[in-house]
Design a protein around this ligand. Structure first.
Ligand SMILES: C[S@@+](CC[C@H](N)C(=O)[O-])C[C@H]1O[C@@H](n2cnc3c(N)ncnc32)[C@H](O)[C@@H]1O
Length: 265
């Protein structure tokens, strides 16, 4: 258990400056809100929601929205975004593996590239389903292992410290068979869809530079390899090759998977 406590402290550091990416992931937020069929009168929870891009987009429908994330800096930024918009979203610092909400509170539970980073998928999904009302909707966006972000995370984990025992790769949440198994009989009517995000960049190296300087695991890794030029060269070469596969017309194409399901009674 302590291993996961240490892992989560490191996760907070990795994600602490993700606010710089909010306009990038923000583009996908309306797609998830629409896919989940969020509407006014509903009580909606967004987990691992970063700076609130999904929660605030959902609030535009008139829904009663709660946002949550592990990382304190991102929750602070979410509260600022809330003020800028003049909305009333209730933001909390919360681990998706231990949500501070009563059973069966929400009509909809959402996660955009979020709960996939919790180290224990069974605990995360049990929590999301616990706080969801019977017949409520769970909907999430994840990165498939076989596409760009799958390669990106697998290269990062190859160069990074070993994960805690028992931790499963986040991108397994992008595999439809594994999703069906993890949701199991707790849900019915599973629906999948796909869409894409693009990251503009003049070249492969420009796109890599965005990942290296903005936020997330590659930024931390590049900082860690400052004194190890051979490792840094090799890491960058692998990242460039992965970007090259999906780079076209001055943007990087990143396809993602969407899942929606209804909680069984
Ligand atoms: C790629 S960011 C996505 C943020 C946001 N959903 C978006 O689309 O902009 C991943 C997020 O997962 C959060 N996260 C990682 N592990 C978490 C956990 N165990 N519980 C809650 N949030 C977590 C991070 O703090 C970060 O905000």
């Amino acid at each position: 258990m302590e291993e996961f406590t240490g892992f989560k402290e490191k996760a907070k550091a990795v994600w602490s400056d993700f606010a710089s990416m909010e306009n990038f992931t923000g583009v996908a937020a309306p797609r998830l809100v629409e896919f989940a069929r969020v509407s006014s009168q509903q009580k909606v929870l967004d987990v691992a929601g970063g700076t609130g891009v999904v929660a605030l987009t959902a609030a535009r429908t008139g829904a009663d929205v709660t946002g949550s994330d592990l990382t304190p800096q991102l929750v602070s930024r979410a509260k600022e975004n809330n003020q800028i918009l003049g909305f009333n979203v209730d933001f909390h610092e919360a681990d998706v593996e231990a949500l501070p909400f009563e059973n069966e509170t929400f009509d909809v539970v959402l996660s955009q590239f979020g709960h996939m980073f919790a180290p224990r998928p069974d605990i995360a999904v049990n929590e999301m389903l616990r706080v969801l009302k019977p017949s409520g909707t769970i909907a999430f966006t994840t990165w498939p292992p076989e596409l760009f972000m799958g390669s990106f995370f697998s290269i990062n984990s190859k160069y990074g410290p070993p994960p805690p025992d028992g931790m499963q790769s986040p991108v397994l949440w992008g595999n439809v068979d594994i999703i069906k198994e993890r949701l199991g009989s707790a849900v019915k009517n599973i629906v999948f869809d796909r869409d894409k995000l693009v990251m503009p960049g003049l070249s492969i190296q420009h796109v890599r530079n965005v990942f290296e300087t903005s936020a997330g695991p590659l930024k931390k890794m590049v900082q860690a390899f400052e004194e190890e030029p051979d490792k840094l060269f090799s890491l960058r070469s692998e990242i460039d090759a992965a970007i090259d596969t999906y780079f076209e017309n001055n943007f990087l194409r990143m396809d993602y998977l969407m899942t929606r399901a209804t909680k069984a009674l």
